[in-house]
Unconditional design. Structure first.
Length: 98
């Protein structure tokens, strides 16, 4: 068997696996809908805040409640020393240039 045939067999197997995963996701979405609605009702009843994405720095724990200068609390020109700060975007109001 040629290497190109093995490559195409590998790619075909990967595509079949991807399609099976997508089909499984679409079927399980409808099965999980009642659980998601129940969790949403619980969050509304308990009046929970936003999701805590990262646990490292206080300005990345809850992005909607962080003040803008907290990342530079040590020095205005200090470098980011928490990896989670590189995964988040600044708010839209800051990114707009005049």
């Amino acid at each position: 068997m040629r290497y190109s045939s093995l490559f195409f067999l590998y790619i075909t197997g990967g595509l079949v696996l991807l399609v099976l995963l997508l089909v499984h996701a679409s079927f399980s979405e409808s099965a999980r809908q009642p659980v998601l609605e129940e969790k949403a009702a619980l969050v509304k009843m308990l009046k929970l805040t936003d999701l805590c994405l990262f646990t490292e720095a206080r300005y990345t724990r809850n992005l909607s409640q962080a003040d803008l200068g907290t990342a530079f609390q040590d020095h205005p020109m200090s470098l980011e020393h928490f990896p989670s700060g590189s995964f988040t975007q600044p708010p839209e109001s800051i990114r707009k240039f005049p």
